[in-house]
Design a protein around this ligand. Structure first.
Ligand SMILES: Cc1cc2nc3c(=O)[nH]c(=O)nc-3n(C[C@H](O)[C@H](O)[C@H](O)COP(=O)(O)O)c2cc1C
Length: 228
């Protein structure tokens, strides 16, 4: 598959089949993805790749915590709390499946259902946790955004390479909202920040949620070209 096709086909997958992703295939994806560029080739990314009982234990921990206290999310990377224009309008335009054709907000029950499906990684058999050294990311002068930027490149590579193998992915901020559970289950030292979860697996194309296709803004609102 060429890169243009992979970019066109990639989208967030929200229903996966129970089939296991072979370890060798995952390793091949990582080998290739790590060709991503980074500041002076610092390669600030590390990965914890989890399946089976370990993943189930993390999911159970999230579901239990979430059911008890859904409002108290504790990501190690500060999440955006404010969405000024034009970002809020784009979020509203996106509209989650349950809200199609409605003007009302999600009910608390619908919210909870969505969160819990997130916590179960939409049924994916594997989750990739992106880890970054805290000393590199959280510097005295502020967050080293370049470390995040570099990690974004490698994550995008993983997602495109996954498409090339018939796999699907979804980046999940929700997969890291209780980082202490992941630190404990996987014995990840506190100096590693758990930045993001990426669910990976075989898409369930029979599930209509995977028909979702999210538009992008027109190019002329996003890019200006000078000197042509
Ligand atoms: C850093 C990041 C975190 C995300 N977190 C979540 C999440 O927790 N749950 C979810 O359902 N989607 C999550 N998404 C998926 C976005 O909603 C999705 O990428 C966006 O709506 C565009 O849709 P597309 O990926 O299908 O093109 C996340 C995406 C990114 C890049």
């Amino acid at each position: 598959m060429d890169v243009v096709q992979a970019i066109k086909e990639r989208k967030s997958i929200r229903a996966f089949k129970p089939d296991q992703v072979p370890l060798d295939l995952l390793k091949e994806i990582f080998e290739r993805a790590m060709r991503a560029p980074s500041w002076a080739n610092t390669q600030p990314w590390e990965f914890a790749v989890v399946t089976g009982k370990k993943l189930l234990a993390i999911q159970d921990g999230f579901v239990k915590r979430g059911a008890a206290d859904l409002g108290n999310l504790q990501s190690e990377v500060p999440r955006p709390y404010d969405f000024p224009e034009p970002y809020i309008s784009r979020i509203k335009k996106m509209q989650v499946k349950e809200m199609r054709g409605r003007t009302s907000e999600l009910t608390p029950e619908e919210m909870e259902k969505r969160m819990l499906i997130n916590f179960r990684h939409y049924g994916a058999t594997t989750c990739i946790y992106l880890l970054i050294g805290k000393d590199y990311l959280m510097q005295e002068q502020g967050i080293n955004v370049w470390g995040m930027y570099d990690s974004g490149s490698v994550v995008q590579n993983i997602m495109l390479l996954a498409v090339n193998c018939g796999l699907g992915t979804i980046a999940q901020a929700m997969a890291v909202v209780y980082p202490d559970i992941i630190h404990k289950e996987l014995d990840i030292p506190p100096d590693k920040l758990i930045a993001l979860g990426i669910a990976i697996g075989y898409p369930d194309w029979d599930n209509e949620i995977n028909e979702d296709f999210r538009d992008r803004e027109p190019l002329d609102t996003m890019a200006k070209f000078y000197g042509f």
